[in-house]
Design a protein around this ligand. Sequence first.
Ligand code: MLT
Length: 245
Amino acid sequence: MTNSRPELHTCFSPALLRLYDAANAIVVIVDVLRATSTITTALYNGSKYVIPVDSVAKSIELGKQIDCITAGERDGRIAEGLKYGNSPFEYPRSFVEGKILVLTTTNGTRLLHMAIDKGAQQIITGSFPNLTAVSDYLLSANKDVILGCAAWKDRVNLEDLLFAGAIINRVKNKFHINCDSSQISETLYLDARNDFYEFLKEKKASHFQRLLGYGLEKDIRYCLTPDVANVLPFYEDGKLIIHNG
Ligand code: MLT
């Protein structure tokens, strides 16, 4: 009997993206701490669109060409030469509404550009703040899915796996899943779901500890909260815009 359900895979690191067939799939870029949480927050708060760029130089260059907010992060801090960083709290409605946000980050926007280079059929971004928007879209799209974890400099991050697991837990009945990375992600999610923050703390998750060291507990707690910025960022013509319908 042939299986007509679409396939779902979880890719733990940008270094593994080459193993997956992005050209025939929706690639969900997952960078829970914090790029994809910040992107959905900026759009939820009324940003016109977000331009994800892969270098600080491009962000600065675009800032000279168009009226926009140039933002970027390297190693968890505001990138040198840019005024704004990658905290969701930097983009309240009072600041970001109606504006274009140009953003570059260490891992999240890097993976997004890798997915573009691989010719991904569709690219969306996922994080806990838009968990339901992402899972609803994947349930309705009826296409193969790659949950692409941005990780940290190609090394696996627990928090991205927790989000992948949360998605899998919601959508698995509609997909054919023959992927151990997806099984691992859902197992971790089921173990952590009562308190993601405590789970990451107990496991000494590396980027969690890095951000905590910078005094960013508030960012972490926000980025682990489901559905507080529940829109679907969709990549089209160089921009991330809210997908409607
Ligand atoms: C990234 O893209 O590497 C991150 O979102 C890092 C961060 O700002 O926490």
